[in-house]
Write a protein that binds this ligand. Structure first.
Ligand SMILES: Nc1ncnc2c1ncn2[C@@H]1O[C@H](COP(=O)(O)OP(=O)(O)OP(=O)(O)O)[C@@H](O)[C@H]1O
Length: 263
């Protein structure tokens, strides 16, 4: 398998993660290139979220190496790790906003944790982040229960961008959205990635996202990345899961319909 080029934003080697007797990731290796949108696909329960959560330190690994932005997590001091945490943002599956906090408070949460700035400045930054994701001042004091699914994702994205990160981790960003909202959210991710020069690691089941915004796709199967490359490379893969996912009836219908509308 070909790994990424020089100075990848994320470099993972021989990562092993498990729970009890269950090995979820089994010597997984992957590079994510600086400035790319990489989509990670794989069977449900195959370990995509565990992989994402391990890279940001929420799940312990048994062995292997994770290097984020040039820092080997095992060799970093606590101060280095804290500095590194400011350089990535994460959008969890379903948004995961704090239900008792308003939109403003949710977006300001990482700022309070990591930045010693005044309330006034936090308010200004919050508004700027909300505008980046297509929301405005009227949304500041809403609670998560008052938001649609699409708005929840946008607020979660604004929170992920709160500290001007270099890497954004997205766990199924379009799940639960109707196709039009999902398409708009994909477009937003691509626009932000281009303007802010982000590296995006995105777990997704969304064939549209894979087709329209991912520069490369990595397939996780049996605890490892079995194929990585642009969409075209997926059709050439001999791996059975990759063949059935990208060559299956659902994908064929999807991609041929998309090709027809693009003519
Ligand atoms: N904290 C945990 N304790 C025990 N097992 C866990 C834990 N977190 C995840 N798992 C197990 O690890 C496996 C991988 O889960 P994960 O959520 O990463 O799958 P996934 O590929 O993201 O699935 P989906 O596409 O359905 O979201 C599953 O078998 C899950 O039950």
């Amino acid at each position: 398998m070909t790994l990424g080029g020089a100075n990848p934003a994320i470099s993972v080697r021989d990562l092993v993660v498990g729970f009890g007797d269950h090995t979820v990731l089994d010597r997984l290796s992957l590079d994510v290139r600086s400035g790319e949108i990489l989509g990670v696909v794989g069977a449900s329960g195959g370990g995509k979220s565990v992989f994402l959560r391990t890279m940001i330190g929420l799940v312990p690994k048994r062995s292997g190496q994770v290097v984020l932005l040039g820092t080997d997590l095992d060799r970093a001091s606590d101060a280095d790790l804290r500095g590194l945490e400011r350089r990535w943002g994460v959008l969890f599956q379903h948004g995961a906003l704090f239900s008792s906090l308003t939109v403003r408070q949710n977006v300001q949460f990482p700022m309070r944790e990591y930045l010693g700035i005044s309330q006034r400045l936090m308010d200004e930054v919050t508004l700027a982040k909300l505008e980046m994701v297509g929301l405005g001042p009227d949304d500041l004091d809403k609670f998560p229960s008052e938001l649609s699914g699409g708005m929840t994702k946008r607020v979660a994205l604004a929170r992920a961008l709160a500290l001007d990160p270099e890497i954004v981790f997205l766990d199924e960003p379009t799940s639960g959205l109707d196709p039009i909202s999902a398409g708009e959210f994909d477009e937003l991710i691509r626009t932000l990635q281009t303007t802010l020069k982000l590296t995006v690691f995105m777990v997704t089941h969304d064939l549209d996202s894979l087709r329209t915004i991912c520069d490369r796709i990595a397939v996780l199967s049996d605890g490892r990345i079995v194929t990585v490359g642009p969409l075209a490379a997926m059709y050439e893969s001999d791996h059975p899961w990759v063949k059935s996912y990208f060559g299956g009836e659902r994908a064929s219908l999807h991609f041929s319909a998309a090709a027809a509308t693009e003519v």
